[in-house]
Design a protein around this ligand. Structure first.
Ligand code: 5GP
Length: 190
């Protein structure tokens, strides 16, 4: 069994609304050793892909992106969840509906930090309905940046995000794919 699956079985808690809590190692307390393994796994997969930046969205994606970017020797850039109404002209913006908070955030990213010269690896903690990822892909498209791949710690395979992204041709690498978690019983996709 893969390291992420093992850890989910040990410490993951299934909550109402198909939410998987992993606050003890990924979303609140951070296990840096585990994040290092995450970075290594994404590096092994994309080392030959000419990655120039690792892109994510605040807040939970940042630690994953840092440990990944360290392996590639490239910067991290993260989309910010903006509350400000007055936006500068020098930012890309996208709307992102949050599954866990059930709110829509506008995310912004400075045009200085993502351009058509970039070839990015996008990473995040969870992939569920794919809204966060669609926002990041929208920002990449505005920048003219290419997307070499998408690295996800935990994909909830019973929600449509992963299938939709793969059908659009994106290379999605998920370290664990939860097939179902009915009655608190977590089953992974083989
Ligand atoms: P999506 O946009 O793909 O529907 O959801 C992805 C985002 O929602 C992730 O960035 C993650 O923060 C959050 N999320 C979605 N499902 C879960 C879940 O089951 N558990 C936790 N902890 N976060 C989730």
């Amino acid at each position: 069994m893969e390291f992420m699956e093992r850890r989910i079985l040990q410490e993951g808690e299934v909550r109402e609304g198909n939410v998987l809590k992993v606050g003890s190692f990924l979303n609140h307390q951070l296990d840096i050793g585990l994040l290092e393994e995450v970075g290594e796994a994404f590096y092994e997969k994309y080392r030959g892909a000419g990655i120039t930046k690792v892109l994510t969205i605040e807040a939970s994606g940042i630690a994953i992106a840092c440990l990944t970017a360290q392996k590639f020797g490239v910067p991290v850039v993260f989309a910010k969840k903006s509350k400000s109404r007055n936006l500068d002209d020098d930012v890309y913006t996208a709307e992102v509906y949050s599954y866990t908070h059930q709110t829509t955030n506008r995310v912004t990213l400075s045009k200085r930090f993502l351009t058509s010269a970039d070839n990015v690896l996008i990473v995040d903690d969870f992939l569920a309905n794919g809204k966060a990822m669609e926002g990041l892909l929208d920002v990449c498209s505005q920048a003219g940046a290419s997307v070499a791949g998408i690295g996800i710690c935990i994909e909830k395979g019973f929600q449509p995000g992963g299938a939709r992204l793969r059908s659009k041709g994106y290379d999605v690498t998920s370290l664990a794919i939860v097939e179902s978690m009915e009655n608190g019983n977590i089953v992974f996709r083989k």
